[in-house]
Design a binder for this molecule. Structure first.
Ligand SMILES: Cc1cc2nc3c(=O)[nH]c(=O)nc-3n(C[C@H](O)[C@H](O)[C@H](O)COP(=O)(O)OP(=O)(O)OC[C@H]3O[C@@H](n4cnc5c(N)ncnc54)[C@H](O)[C@@H]3O)c2cc1C
Length: 438
């Protein structure tokens, strides 16, 4: 019986820009997925569309969401094998009660394992645990001939490292085996620190390297001596002995699936300079003390945005882009200052979601992965007239300071901003790869 489904639909990724009419193929059967690959001249592997820009969009898409089975679990050693379309949220629900957590997680749990490997995602613990690939023991990949190739850091090593961070260029990941992180509880012990400017913020990052998780929110509308002020958030997996008695009754509680839905696109005037200023003022000042400590569930610490489904509609129908770049450590302070000055002077564009992280040492074999040792800044920007010119100005600064841009977020940057092989030709492509080929 042939149950391969194909539908034609207009789709976009998380930024709702660009929109592309696509033929979407999907099947839960590997042999049908192989046939689709063999029969296609060009095809784009796709996970859950949580990249922001034009990665994972294409005329012909192979959706992996039906490859959604957990295949094996070794609770003694914390090793999980699952198909590539399984969402991290489903893995968390499954592994938490066994005392395990994801070794690396991005700021949303609604991505697939295939997407995590293809983007080689990083979390708030990059300075300690590196990227997702460092915990990926192996995966099976359908190549352009339709062969299934087993890859690991030892076996078919070059294909393994071309695939991690390779944005789907090498083939379709069908399943993967991941080494999990043992935990005592599903709670996170946190410390939130108010920091008065960028110099102090970078010093504070360097002084908290013994915390497993760290990330900062920046109020980018402030200039002068306050430039780069913000809140540095540090976290650690809480031990059982650190929990209050109510939480000790269910220490390994997974997240709940309750969330608010954002049913419609907000009119585009709602997010403007004044509302962003007001948000920044309230957010920075809601914490009165210099330091705030506590214990929260992992869902609150890692995935605050997931509690509002479709929050991307806040940016209106034209959508938004996320610009994320990394600068080498030695240039980070000067480069970030130049960038923040440029952002402040771009009066027509403001951003309330601006996040700074510190990347640690990287694995030299994972040459297509985005991180380099240094600081990474990510900001959401509403799409409107002038965005292309603004991104070009951002690119010039990032390039001048030796940095690069994250393909998983990009829809506008030029090719020189990425770590990409010379030859981008091949069966597995996307709107993004085709744009960057030109
Ligand atoms: C709110 C939010 C927060 C985020 N925070 C972070 C963060 O902290 N760190 C971070 O690194 N990223 C972050 N991201 C980006 C996100 O983690 C990546 O874009 C991830 O790749 C999305 O996975 P997906 O399953 O949705 O894949 P898609 O968006 O569908 O695809 C992403 C890429 O992976 C390829 N791909 C997908 N599945 C396969 C497969 N089975 N085989 C081969 N290639 C495949 C696609 O071709 C595409 O190039 C965030 C995204 C959102 C929306």
């Amino acid at each position: 019986m042939n149950i391969l489904s194909m539908k034609t639909q207009k789709i976009a990724n998380w930024g709702n820009y660009p929109n592309v009419e696509s033929n979407i193929h999907s099947s839960e059967y590997i042999d049908e997925v192989i046939q689709t690959v063999k029969n296609s001249d060009q095809i784009t592997p796709r996970g859950n569309g949580r990249s922001y820009g034009d990665a994972s969009l294409g005329e012909n898409i192979l959706s992996c969401l039906e490859l959604n089975k957990i295949l094996a679990f070794d609770p003694n050693n914390g090793i999980l094998q699952c198909q590539s379309g399984v969402l991290l949220s489903d893995i968390l629900e499954f592994i938490l009660p066994h005392g395990y957590f994801l070794p690396v997680t991005p700021g949303t749990k609604f991505i697939t394992v295939g997407g995590a490997i293809a983007s080689d995602v990083h979390g708030k613990n990059h300075h300690v645990d590196g990227c997702f690939s460092e915990h990926t023991l192996n995966f099976n990949l359908i190549d352009s001939e339709g062969n299934i190739v087993s890859c690991s850091a030892q076996n078919n090593k070059s294909l393994f490292y071309e695939t991690v961070g390779g944005m789907g260029r090498t083939g379709v990941i069908v399943d993967a085996t991941i080494k999990l992180k043992p935990i005592e509880t599903s709670f996170i012990k946190y410390e939130y620190q108010k920091v008065k400017n960028l110099d102090d913020m970078m010093l504070s990052f360097e002084n908290c390297l013994d915390w497993t998780y760290s990330v900062a929110w920046l109020d980018v509308l402030k200039g002068g001596k306050d430039m780069g002020r913000g809140i540095l958030m540090k976290g650690e997996h809480a031990k059982l002995s650190e929990l209050k008695s109510t939480n000790r009754k269910r220490p390994l509680l997974p997240h709940s699936n309750k969330a608010i839905n954002m049913p419609f696109f907000l009119p585009s005037f709602v997010l403007n300079d004044y509302t962003v200023k007001l948000f920044n003022f309230l957010y920075y000042n809601k914490q009165l003390a210099q330091l705030k400590n506590g214990i929260v569930h992992y869902d609150t610490f890692f995935y605050p945005l997931d509690s509002i489904l479709n929050w991307n509609k806040c940016y209106g129908k034209n959508g938004f882009t996320q610009y994320q770049f990394v600068l080498p450590k030695k240039n980070s302070l000067d480069g970030l200052k130049a960038f923040l000055n440029k952002l402040r002077s771009s009066k027509n564009f403001s951003s309330f979601l601006v996040v700074l992280k510190l990347f640690g040492k990287t694995n030299p074999s994972a040459h297509w992965s985005f991180p380099m040792e240094g600081y990474t800044l990510a900001l959401d920007i509403k799409i409107k007239e002038g965005i292309q010119e603004l991104i070009k100005e951002f690119d010039d600064i990032v390039y001048k300071f030796g940095g690069r841009v994250y393909l998983s977020k990009d829809a506008f940057s030029s090719r020189k901003m990425f770590n990409l092989p010379d030859n981008l030709a091949g069966k597995f492509t996307s709107v993004q790869i085709n744009r960057l080929k030109k």
